[in-house]
Design a protein. Structure first.
Length: 549
């Protein structure tokens, strides 16, 4: 590195006094802590500006008609660690401190996107607002990826500082280029009498009474920041369970949200967990939350070249940390119309909202989509408001009255100015196998990998002891098993269908069983390995893994 570069810095103001108390330390999986410069007095770095040319293409579209809601543009920058714009200090322990201030005039929020990203062991990277009220990091060697692509959640306001510290023993080994800067021009923050967020005033926060019994479904719904080349958009999505119940981090959203997103784009999608108000009131400031970065496409309805039933399934690039406490949704693919239910979503990229329906869903065809491949829904007024959907809600799940996912939002006409207008959700039952014959056009191969054929699948939390005893259909013992496996059933279990699978998904044994007595299964004739026991009742389905010794 060129040690002759001088440290340059100016103090930068953030827009709006509201940010003075908005301190966050959760972002892409990180180590926490504070930047070195927070504890000492240093010269202020001079800010640089990204290329504003891409702002010519800003979208003013806010509806949800088969399109994601664009809220930001990516502006090219192209600054690496060799660039003279960095402020560089050699510290008393012979480590090197790099700082760079970035300013994008008129932005509601700004954030860095990297290529050729490599952090050596012991080095750390932070971004923060100039007044230190927002910070993300530390990012370390644990964040390195083979693609070299990385991004950090944006900072509210029009400027931020990047700080990179490299210890003496790895000096010169780190490298990255800040290739782009996200410039949010809407859909991030709006200060008015209703509190934080941009959603319509009629919307109902998910932790209002309407959502009090929906905690599991709430914990599955995510805000999606979707990158498509120079455009960033908001959509909604949800984690979804599969018949192995192995917590594979699948996220389902709408095809029109993800369509034409490249593998490089997918690596930079951001997923926001628990982006919600703590109670029924809108908060004054952005709520604390957690994020993850990157996914790969698994299957979509448009892989057949048409909209179809409008689903898009991705898998996160990393396992979800347990302290995120995510729930993987259960689903119902019977195709029967629900008489009542709800959706949970992020209208205009806002905090999580809930909307309720109390009239039976109708079969419908929506725009150029599959004939009768959609549910038509009309929303109902509830005690806290009149929840509808908006741009940014696309891809959100619609639930039946038992909390099973039965569709994903494609579009429609409801808004706070058109409360009784209908919305349209692609049917989960059509997502299953109706969009084409190949695996990348169906949900079935991914959500039922053991080919169980179940019509309904219960949800599951990430943690090991996620089900209360009253919610469990059955338990098994001993595990591992040598000869006899004993199944004990909950007192409130109804008639049950029981299947034994091997790891390849082949059904080895089936039982129909009614009652609460212990069922004994002879495992002595099975080879050593992993097996699955599935119990399905009228109420739900549960799968447990057993090891045969």
């Amino acid at each position: 590195m060129d040690k002759g570069l001088k440290l340059r810095y100016v103090f930068l103001l953030i827009i709006g006094s509201v940010f003075l108390f908005s301190i966050h330390s959760d972002a892409q999986i990180n180590k926490g802590g504070s930047p070195y410069s927070f504890g000492i007095t240093l010269e202020d770095p001079v800010f640089i500006q990204p290329n504003q040319e891409q702002l010519r293409y800003k979208s003013d579209k806010t509806d949800k008609d088969c399109s994601a809601m664009e809220f930001a543009r990516y502006l090219s920058l192209g600054v690496d660690l060799q660039d003279a714009a960095w402020q560089i200090d050699e510290l008393p322990d012979a480590s090197v401190l790099y700082r760079l201030a970035i300013y994008s005039p008129g932005a509601q929020a700004v954030g860095p996107y990297f290529k050729d990203f490599y952090i050596p062991d012991g080095a750390s990277l932070f971004i923060y607002s100039p007044d230190h009220t927002q910070k993300y990091g530390a990012f370390t060697s644990d964040n390195n990826r083979s693609s070299g692509l990385f991004a950090i959640e944006f900072v509210l306001g029009d400027r931020f500082v990047i700080e990179y510290q490299e210890p003496k023993n790895v000096r010169g080994q780190g490298h990255f280029t800040i290739s782009e800067v996200l410039h949010a021009y809407r859909g991030v923050y709006q200060e008015d009498e209703k509190g934080y967020g941009n959603a319509g005033a009629c919307e109902v926060n998910v932790n209002c009474p309407e959502g009090s019994a929906r905690g599991k479904q709430r914990d599955a719904v995510l805000r999606l920041l979707i990158k498509k080349d120079a455009s960033a958009s908001w959509c909604s999505g949800s984690l979804i369970n599969n018949t192995l119940e192995d917590r594979t981090p699948y996220v389902i959203t709408a095809d029109h949200c993800g369509k034409n997103s490249s593998p490089e784009n997918h690596a930079l999608w951001m997923f926001y967990f628990h982006y919600e108000s703590a109670d029924c009131e809108n908060p004054l400031y952005e709520p604390e939350h957690q994020t993850m970065l990157g996914c790969e496409e698994i299957a979509s309805s448009s892989n057949a070249g048409i909209l179809g039933s409008d689903f898009y399934l991705v898998q996160l690039l990393e396992e979800i940390p347990e302290d995120y406490n995510p729930f993987f949704l259960g689903w119902n693919r019977t195709g029967l119309a629900s008489h009542s239910g709800y959706t949970i979503h992020h209208p205009q990229g806002d905090i999580k909202k809930i909307s309720t329906y109390t009239t039976t869903l109708k079969d419908a065809t929506y725009q150029s989509g599959m004939e009768n491949g959609f549910w038509e829904v009309t929303w109902s007024e509830t005690e806290s408001g009149y929840g509808v959907t908006e741009g940014g809600s696309s891809g959100s799940p619609i639930f039946d009255n038992n909390g099973y996912l039965i569709g994903t939002l494609t579009g429609g006409y409801a808004s706070c100015n058109a409360l009784e207008a209908p919305d349209y959700y692609g049917k989960f039952s059509e997502h299953w196998m109706s969009n084409g014959d190949s695996e990348d056009q169906q949900l079935m191969p991914w959500l039922d990998p053991i080919n169980s054929g179940v019509q309904k699948m219960g949800g599951i939390y990430l943690g090991i002891d996620e089900l209360a005893a009253s919610e469990k259909l059955f338990n098994i013992q001993p595990n591992p098993v040598v000869n006899q496996l004993n199944l004990t059933f909950s007192n409130n279990a109804s008639c049950q269908h029981i299947q034994v699978f091997n790891i390849m998904g082949r059904i080895l044994k089936e039982y129909t069983y009614q009652g609460s007595e212990t069922l004994h299964i002879d495992f002595s004739r099975y080879q050593k390995g992993i097996y699955f026991i599935r119990v399905e009742s009228e109420e739900s389905t549960q799968t447990l893994k057993v090891l045969k010794l």
